[in-house]
Write a protein that binds this ligand. Structure first.
Ligand SMILES: O=C(CO)[C@H](O)[C@H](O)COP(=O)(O)O
Length: 236
């Protein structure tokens, strides 16, 4: 699939997602290119008279939404949100996700968890039998991060996954920093993650881990865009 084809599918998924937004809603705004396609479409509806308020999941999303005239508010004041709309790096058939390829996993998860409904937009190849081909992002406090990474490796090994490479994310030559000033390790499991909740809970227990990109039981609706059309999967 060419980049153009993928961009087209992301746009199709976003176009379906924007249909869920209704007047008066409080809406979580995800991060990443699919979310940006959604926010552009939402901006057009706002200019056409739709009255909503958004809660952004990253500084970049906030900047884009503002530039399009979308009113933004604070999660503390607005929760619970009616809807959160976001992309993902992978989803399995239970609607459990890997997110964080764009580095916004922490705020994205807080916002998604505060919404009555989370709609996730992906294109076909991101729907997988077993997650992990996309390296799992793990956000870690900068203080002692190398030691935290060693503990993460030990925990992963104790769950039977063997020596999973953990790579400190970089931006150019510099260490990548999240909007919350933390660092990210990407864990290259390969497509073998079996007990997602068990892994998620184990990672959350490592001191120094701020958040990880496994979203378990949070997404309610998955929009999958393929060349032959859109499939909408609801959490059963
Ligand atoms: O989790 C994310 C950002 O932290 C994104 O939703 C995820 O990386 C998908 O991005 P894209 O829509 O660009 O493929």
């Amino acid at each position: 699939m060419s980049t153009n084809d993928i961009d087209h599918l992301k746009h199709e998924a976003a176009a379906r997602a924007v249909e869920y937004v209704q007047n008066g809603m409080k809406v979580g705004l995800g991060s990443g290119s699919t979310s940006e396609a959604f926010i552009n479409l939402l901006g057009a509806r706002v200019r056409g008279g739709l009255d909503i308020i958004g809660v952004p999941t990253s500084e970049r999303t906030a900047q884009l939404a503002r530039s399009l005239g979308i009113a933004l508010g604070n999660l503390n004041d607005l929760a619970p949100l009616d809807l959160d709309v976001d992309g993902a790096d992978e989803s399995d058939h239970n609607l459990d996700l890997i997110k964080g390829g764009g580095g916004a996993l922490l705020r994205e998860k807080i916002v998604a968890a505060s919404a009555k409904k989370m709609i996730v937009m992906i294109h076909g190849p991101k729907l997988v039998e077993k997650m992990g081909a996309f390296p799992l992002p793990i956000e870690v406090l900068e203080f002692g991060h190398a030691e935290t990474a060693r503990r993460i490796s030990a925990v992963i090994k104790s769950l039977g996954y063997g020596d999973v490479p953990l790579v400190l994310r970089k931006k150019g030559d510099a260490v990548y920093k999240t909007d919350s000033n933390n660092v990210i390790y990407d864990a290259a499991f390969g497509p073998v993650i079996s007990e997602t909740a068990k892994l998620a809970n184990a990672l959350s227990c490592v001191p120094g881990v701020v958040e990880h990109g496994l979203y378990i039981g949070i997404a309610t609706t998955l929009i999958v865009a393929r060349p032959e059309g859109i499939e909408v999967i609801e959490r059963s």
